[in-house]
Design a protein around this ligand. Structure first.
Ligand SMILES: [Zn+2]
Length: 319
């Protein structure tokens, strides 16, 4: 029988519940592993090891994004090789504990370090790695810096990591039939960074969205990111697919309404604020302080809010 809590007891118990705490404040949720958290089964056959909703640190070993895999019945498809050789290996250890099916493909969600730096582990296992052609180009340009950053924060957990490009690329769409799953590997359009990739399971109505979609933490906006394109890709390409379940690039699995609120709606809000600031003759120095209060509760707000405002000002100044 379930105990009935008085409101006061519930308040204390509920506040103490780990799920209620921001993951930014928990240094490592799975100390036995270099992974930040043990993989959870989101829907039957689809697992995700949810990263810290925080910047990469020594404690989280750079596991601050979601590393997912699909156990298809005839092999496993992994989404993201993670930020290092050791993270890729740790994810593989979890997969081997769950199934005898071999990993047959790895997909990189974009060209960032935490999507691709573990590639050399999988190449060593003889597993092909698929990424969008622009993500591969991006990583070819930035892999040296990405490795240096990893070595700086992760120290001994960077051991074994050698940046390697994906072994295969695609342009618009690639459909994979494996076991009981139809897996559509998509590039819906420009969004967060070059070659953003979405893994769409139409029969299960689940999208492993990559960094087009954020949850529980503030999305980062990079120099050169076209925020109006990100919004357009969202509205015209992502929304029509209408996924029931979304595993975002960062943050716990959720639904379309929630990632819309914290990604699309945030971008629209910030562009609206910056647009008004520009219309009133405001400059860059003032742009950093436009109102973003509705998003203050998100993890990484402190690190990203003013930075994002500055980048969007530079983008919109000449629109
Ligand atoms: Zn990311």
């Amino acid at each position: 029988m379930r105990a009935i809590l008085t409101p006061a007891a519930c308040l204390a118990a509920c506040l103490a519940a780990p799920a209620a705490r921001a993951w930014e404040d928990i240094p490592d949720a799975y100390p036995q592993s270099v992974l930040y958290a043990k993989p959870v089964e989101v829907i039957p056959g689809v697992f995700s090891s949810i990263g810290a909703t925080a910047p990469p640190t020594y404690e989280n070993a750079g596991h601050n994004n979601n590393l997912s895999f699909i156990v298809t019945g005839d092999g496993v498809v992994v989404v993201n090789s993670g930020a290092s050789y050791l993270l890729a290996k740790a994810l593989h250890d979890e997969i081997k504990a769950l199934t005898d099916q071999p990993v047959r493909l790895v997909i990189n969600e974009n060209g960032q370090g935490h999507a691709m730096l573990g590639n050399n582990y999988w190449i060593e296992q003889g597993v092909p790695i698929l990424a969008h052609v622009e993500a591969a180009e991006e990583f070819a340009d930035t892999m040296g810096q990405a490795l240096q950053a990893l070595q700086r924060y992760a120290r001994e957990n960077a051991e074994g990591t050698v940046p390697m490009l994906p072994t295969e690329t695609f342009e618009d769409r690639k459909v994979i039939e494996m076991g009981e799953f139809t897996i559509e590997v998509l590039h819906l359009g420009p969004a967060h960074s070059p070659g953003d990739t979405q893994v769409w399971l139409p029969e299960q109505s689940l999208m492993i969205a990559g960094d087009i979609a954020f949850h529980e933490r503030m999305p980062p906006i990079f120099e050169g990111t076209c925020t109006s394109c990100w919004i357009e890709t969202w509205e015209t390409k992502l929304v029509p697919l209408n996924p029931t379940y979304v595993i975002p690039g960062h943050g716990h699995p959720t639904n379309l309404a929630q990632v819309t609120r914290y990604t699309h709606d945030y971008l629209v809000h910030l562009r609206d604020q910056i647009g008004k600031h520009i219309a009133a003759g405001g400059d860059l120095a003032g742009a950093y302080y436009v109102d973003q209060e509705a998003y203050r509760h998100l993890d990484t707000f402190e690190e990203l809010a003013t930075k994002n405002a500055g980048v969007v000002f530079a983008e919109m100044e000449f629109e």
